[in-house]
Ligand binder design. Structure first.
Ligand SMILES: [Zn+2]
Length: 459
């Protein structure tokens, strides 16, 4: 089956041709960690999770490298750290923890790499040095380093703008020290009291754009397959990433396919703190809205269209997910994790998830429950949110607890203590853990109705 992707770069739906089908490489810009993720932040996380699952299915689990970075040094983080009188590290660690919890709640697969920007400072400095050497960047008196957009002919080609319209349209501040008002920061000097690093241009910190260029180069190479993010990142962030990387790496392209998801509005209005309609994943979790329901709403509008988050959609999604959970929980199903052909076809057509959802309804009408269930699991609607409602148990703890019981059961079987092994099996099943024995090996998975408290009871 051929995967087609809408490429922002060409403004066309194209057949996906990987650079190396044994090594598919995708980079998605991750969060700047200073605050709770709102549902606008959650959308790309969930959309690219579906693409990640699809790529793994099409090319093999081990053939896909997915990088989603964490920006842990930024003006907003520094502002928050001084406002709350906490260290930058305290702010970022706490926010990263929230982000992981939210993603687990939404049943998002962990990317292959989640690099933190602060771990790649030397690579950023090295890249800036190359840009200066090649005269694509210049150093100001105070140690600030700027990228010179005039030196990169294709500047504006990703966002399809020319230099003039970019300056006017984006109300770029006129800074007399800049050769072009669009020149952007690669390195920013700062006082020794602030978080920073020594560099050839003095103490300072990197600009946001160079972070992604340096991390993607280090982990994925000079050119890779897919670069994703929200539509708001096309300009200036992705335009700047491309410019720096192409100039520094001497390549024609940073990523061959650029994918962008649309905005999220709330009840037809732009989401903003000042309007009081700011909605975080945590707000929804606190209302006990299942992760699968949030996931459903985020996916039900085509990823390139603006998504209007409404209470009506949330209620509808709740009804559908309840119905789906019922099908999964009350039937004996053959689970192999392979979605139906029609579902795959819809996914391969530039992630047409609205069509996927129509197909899910059709599968139920046709009473193809196995096909339905396999697609359901493939799409990640099998959230285990009962786990998260019990604050004392995180996912890792659950994994460890289940694994311990599995090993205990294997030992009991080895010792021919079948009474004990049966008791453990019953306990796991009661908790909602499905176990499969393959000779001496046992694999397990959690059902949507998984209830960890049953694991805590005595045999
Ligand atoms: Zn980025």
């Amino acid at each position: 089956m051929k995967l087609k992707i809408y490429n922002t770069k060409s403004k066309n739906k194209e057949i996906f041709k990987p650079l190396d089908s044994n090594n598919i490489r995708m980079y998605v810009c991750g969060p700047t960690v200073y605050d709770r993720a709102h549902i606008g932040n959650a959308r790309p996380v969930v959309v690219f999770d579906i693409l990640y699952r699809l790529l793994k299915y099409l090319y093999g689990e081990k053939s896909v490298t997915y990088v989603r970075n964490i920006t842990d040094v930024d003006d907003k983080i520094i502002a928050k750290s001084s406002a709350e009188n906490k260290s930058v590290n305290e702010i970022t660690s706490e926010t990263i923890k929230w982000f992981i919890e939210d993603n687990n709640y939404l049943n998002v697969n962990k990317p292959t790499h989640q690099p933190k920007a602060t771990h790649y400072i030397s690579q950023m400095i090295a890249m800036i040095e190359v840009l200066i050497l090649k005269k694509n960047a210049y150093v100001l008196e105070d140690g600030e380093v700027l990228f010179s957009v005039n030196t990169f002919k294709s500047y504006g080609s990703l966002s399809k703008q020319n230099l003039e319209s970019m300056i006017v349209g984006n109300r770029v501040d006129i800074d007399r020290r800049k050769k072009n008002p669009l020149d952007f920061v690669l390195w920013k000097p700062t006082s020794k009291n602030n978080i920073g690093w020594d560099s050839p241009w003095g103490y300072g910190r990197p600009g946001w754009h160079i972070e992604c260029s340096a991390m993607s180069k280090e982990i994925l190479g000079d050119t890779f397959d897919i670069h994703g993010g929200g539509i708001d990142l096309i300009f200036p962030h992705h335009e700047n990433e491309t410019a720096q990387s192409i100039c520094a790496n001497n390549k024609n392209s940073l990523a061959n396919y650029w994918m962008h998801n649309g905005f999220v509005n709330i009840e037809g209005q732009k989401m903003s703190k000042s309007l009081g309609n700011y909605l975080t994943v945590e707000d929804l979790r606190n209302k006990n809205i299942d992760g699968a329901v949030i996931r459903f709403v985020l996916l039900s509008t085509h990823y390139r269209q603006p998504l209007d988050w409404t209470n009506r959609k949330l209620t509808e999604a709740q009804n559908i997910i309840n119905k789906w959970f019922n099908v999964i929980n009350n039937r004996d199903l053959n689970i192999n994790g392979i979605p139906t052909n029609k579902i795959l076809e819809a996914l391969c057509d530039d992630l047409n998830i609205p069509l996927v959802i129509t197909e899910m309804h059709n599968l139920l009408k046709e009473e193809d429950y196995d096909g339905f269930a396999n697609s359901f699991f493939f799409l990640g609607f099998n959230s285990n949110n009962s786990i998260k409602s019990n604050n004392s148990l995180d996912k890792q703890t659950i994994n460890e607890m289940v694994n311990l019981l599995i090993v205990e059961r294997q030992n009991a079987r080895k010792n021919k203590d079948y009474r004990k092994s049966d008791l453990i099996r019953i306990k796991l099943e009661k908790a909602g853990v499905t176990i499969n024995d393959h000779g001496n090996e046992t694999t397990w998975s959690l059902k949507p109705n998984f209830n960890p408290s049953s694991l805590l009871t005595e045999n």
